[in-house]
Ligand binder design. Structure first.
Ligand SMILES: [Zn+2]
Ligand SMILES: [Zn+2]
Length: 130
């Protein structure tokens, strides 16, 4: 699978997450991050409801760019999901395979505060669709 922004191969970043049973792929170039449906489901079990402040958020123009799902490419585009708590945070999610793309700045904040809280909005998005 390739990065939806850089088109370079994603690598396994599971050890960086430091979360049991949650796997992830990352882009070595833009530091973006890809999580799949089964990982989101595991996250629901360990989610910390405490929200946090994002730092180093990508500029709006970069966030607004429409991305193609790395798993379903080239057929599917990712949907934008705005965080209810922080409108500056935009998650890119695939309505088909239910994967989630996080930009590099978002990953940075997540590594500091815990990936579970950051993905709560993505989880809610998928719950709402069911
Ligand atoms: Zn990239
Ligand atoms: Zn997909």
């Amino acid at each position: 699978m390739n990065c939806p922004r850089c088109a370079v191969p994603l690598r396994d970043v599971t050890p960086d997450l430091e979360m049991r049973d949650v796997h992830g792929l990352g882009c070595p170039q833009c530091q973006g991050h890809w999580l799949e449906q089964q990982d989101l489901e595991r996250l629901q079990q360990v989610v910390d409801v405490t929200w946090f402040e994002f730092r180093h958020i990508p500029p709006p123009a970069l966030q607004a760019e429409v991305l193609t799902c790395p798993r379903c490419a080239p057929a599917r585009h990712l949907n934008k999901v705005l965080s209810e708590r922080d409108r500056k945070v935009v998650l890119d999610v695939c309505a088909h395979c239910q994967g989630v793309w996080l930009d590099g700045g978002e990953l940075h904040a997540i590594q500091e505060k815990g990936v579970g809280a950051a993905l709560l909005d993505a989880v809610r998005f998928f719950m709402g669709k069911r």
